[in-house]
Design a protein around this ligand. Structure first.
Ligand code: SF4
Length: 467
């Protein structure tokens, strides 16, 4: 198996299927309705926008009500165990709809069904599911749907692959102001707890010119907030002549009023050069999400993370010196198999030393097919729960203190809608990627506004617009 790019001939073939479905829908007085729900990470949400783009070209409109839908599609995630169980629950709940309307098409796709065992379980448990397809065949959705519409039966396509790149798929974005742009797919790191390399294939980077053209088009359409996506953006560029810092530099040099964010970074591939590019940029957010996962070298090794606590701390020092208003966030896993109290205490001490602005914390849960799922895990879930609460307490304190430093400061905020804390406010994000609610008007939506911060909440800032 190898990574490959979908050819223009293959895409042309899919366009023929799109036309076939479009013509079949022509006789209807109203367009068919699709309900599409994406679970999990931003990458999955971005895939969901491509799925909607393809469906829209086939003639579908969209509904938020499953009872009105002609097609229900769940784009699933395999990263967290409860996400998998939630999908099984939600699919099961569709049985009565299919009974009422046998023409309803029910589809499940994404990471979760790329795992053969899960796909087969789903197929067996829910005979009313018409279509199950994995992450590597998303671009063939028109063909898969045609076979259901014109031939009936059920489809299961979880073709294994090291991964594909499909350029030129239509995208239906949720917002005019914000957009996510995948710059790479898959992952080569095989962190021992993570299922992504198994379900998303090997790391592959889009050509820099394709990314730059897409970002240029978004900016000229009025988009102001562009999120570059990849499982490990810091290792972008293999097989191209541009690495991630260079890509950021080129995007930063584009004309216009916009911001660039990116996720997710990996501490082993995050370089000083990357930090320098951010520090010297005009458009790149002063936010780095740098998942440390754990403060103990012994456990970092067992996780196969490829860096040490010392390396991480040096990176943080460098980044905070170069970008004084940096918003530094992280992910932490508590209770990895074999983690002892002393390992956990190293995580606590790292948290106290770094004082993250915010942290996403999780209790370890085993994922099917990963190495960590085979490891001895003697610590009880009660004990892990206790550690988790201790961690939350420490982080809660660091987070509140961190936001308080903004009180009295003026931040430039991209307004994107009505208030998150209160409907009397309008809301947006600062260049540090922090939520700011302020006394704006509808006219501020989609513009950059200066806001004087009057109050810090644990997860957002409140302020007054200044002219
Ligand atoms: S870097 Fe590690 S945690 Fe992130 S997607 Fe790759 S394997 Fe998973």
């Amino acid at each position: 198996m190898s990574v490959r790019t979908v050819t223009s001939e293959e895409l042309e073939e899919q366009r023929i299927y799109i036309q076939k479905i479009r013509s079949a829908f022509h006789i209807r007085s109203t367009p068919p309705l699709a309900y599409v729900h994406s679970y999990g990470c931003q990458q999955n949400v971005s895939d969901g926008e491509r799925i909607k783009g393809i469906l829209s070209e086939m003639g579908y409109d969209f509904t938020e009500d499953t009872a009105k839908a002609d097609l229900i599609l769940f784009n699933t995630c395999a990263v967290r165990e409860n996400a998998v169980e939630r999908v099984f629950g939600n699919v099961g709940a569709l049985k009565h709809l299919k009974k009422k309307n046998p023409d309803l098409i029910i589809a499940v796709c994404g990471c979760m069904v790329q795992q053969e065992e899960t796909a087969k379980r789903l197929q067996k448990t829910f005979p009313f599911v018409d279509m199950i397809f994995g992450t590597h065949v998303l671009h063939t959705l028109p063909q898969l749907l045609c076979s259901i519409v014109f031939e009936g039966g059920r489809v299961l396509d979880i073709t294994e692959s090291d991964g594909i790149i499909a350029e030129g798929l239509p995208v239906k974005r949720e917002s005019k102001i914000k957009a996510s742009v995948p710059i790479m797919y898959g992952c080569n790191n095989f962190c021992t707890y993570c299922v992504v390399p198994y379900v998303r294939g090997r790391e592959r980077s889009r050509a820099p010119s394709d990314i730059i053209d897409e970002v240029k088009a978004l900016i000229s359409d009025g988009c102001k907030d562009i999120l570059l996506l990849g499982q490990n953006v810091n290792s972008y560029g293999k097989g191209t002549d541009v690495d991630f810092p260079e890509l950021l530099k080129r995007l930063d040099s584009l004309e216009g009023e916009f911001r660039i964010e990116f996720m997710t970074s990996h501490p082993k591939d995050c370089t000083k050069r990357l930090i320098d590019v951010i520090a010297e940029s005009s458009h790149i957010c002063h936010h780095i999400h740098l998942p440390v996962q754990c403060g103990s070298d012994r456990i970092l090794k067992a996780m196969n993370r490829g860096y040490t606590r010392e390396h991480y701390l040096q990176l943080v020092d460098y980044a905070r010196n170069r970008i004084p208003d940096l918003n530094l966030t992280t992910d932490i896993i508590v209770g990895f198999p074999g983690e002892l109290r002393e390992d956990f205490e190293e995580t606590l001490s790292l948290m106290k030393q770094v004082r993250f602005d915010s942290a996403f914390t999780f209790i370890y849960s085993p994922r099917l097919g990963t190495k960590a799922a085979q490891m001895e895990d003697p610590v009880s879930s009660d004990e892990k729960g206790k550690w988790f609460r201790e961690l939350l307490e420490v982080q809660g304190q660091c987070g509140s203190e961190s936001y308080m430093k903004y009180e009295g400061k003026i931040l430039n905020v991209l307004c994107d809608g009505e208030g998150r804390t209160d409907k009397k406010y309008y809301t947006g994000k600062s260049r540090q990627n922090i939520i700011v609610d302020f006394n704006g008007t509808e006219n501020d939506i989609g513009t950059f506004v200066n806001v004087k911060i009057t109050k810090a909440l644990p997860w957002a800032l409140i302020g007054e617009k200044i002219n």
